[in-house]
Design a protein around this ligand. Structure first.
Ligand code: RP5
Length: 169
């Protein structure tokens, strides 16, 4: 398990609402598959702004290396977190009902210069890829994790090659 020296989780997974869990669970499942210590919290930019500030302001001292943040609609959460911590923030646009997640995507990706948010695809693909990107970042200084990430990618490749005909299982 990849944790900080003090046994703390390395990745924070936060989301604006419990309703985001069906998307964000894919990030958590990917972190678990790769053995990366993580924590999971609902933190809302507009419903719990003080909690958001506290979460971001204490993230470095608590041993986190990056934050994966998912939100939908007018999705301020990733950008506000990034404004309050120098840790990398990986934003996941959650698919909204009204605009299919285009609102989420544009809210997260269009950060003005100076405060970056790395933005991923809308929905499940973005959640998985945010976790894989976090794994890649940690892998630069964690050789066992780098091996697990390489193995994950090799398995993925082997699985595609083993099932070339889409008509058969
Ligand atoms: C955002 O509003 C959340 O990230 C969620 O995607 C969206 C809707 O939240 P709920 O009304 O379902 O709690 O803050």
């Amino acid at each position: 398990m990849t944790e900080s020296a003090s046994g703390q989780p390395r990745i924070g997974v936060v989301m604006g609402s419990r309703s985001d869990w069906d998307t964000m669970r894919h990030a958590v499942e990917t972190l678990e598959r790769l053995g990366i210590g993580h924590e999971v919290r609902v933190v809302s930019a507009h419903r719990t702004p003080d909690l958001l500030f506290d979460y971001a302001a204490t993230a470095v001292e608590r041993g986190l290396a990056a934050i994966i943040a998912g939100a939908g609609g007018a999705a301020h959460l990733p950008g506000m977190l990034a404004a309050k911590t120098r840790l990398p923030v990986l934003g996941v646009p959650v698919q909204s009902q009204a605009l299919n997640g285009m609102d989420s995507l544009l809210s997260i990706v269009q950060m003005p210069a100076g405060i970056p948010v790395a933005t991923f695809a809308i929905g499940r693909a973005g959640a998985i890829n945010a976790a894989l990107c976090a794994a890649a970042m940690l892998s630069t200084t964690d050789a066992p994790l780098a091996h697990r990430l390489d193995a994950f990618r090799h398995e993925q490749t082997a699985s595609v090659l083993a099932h070339p005909d889409p008509r058969t299982p």
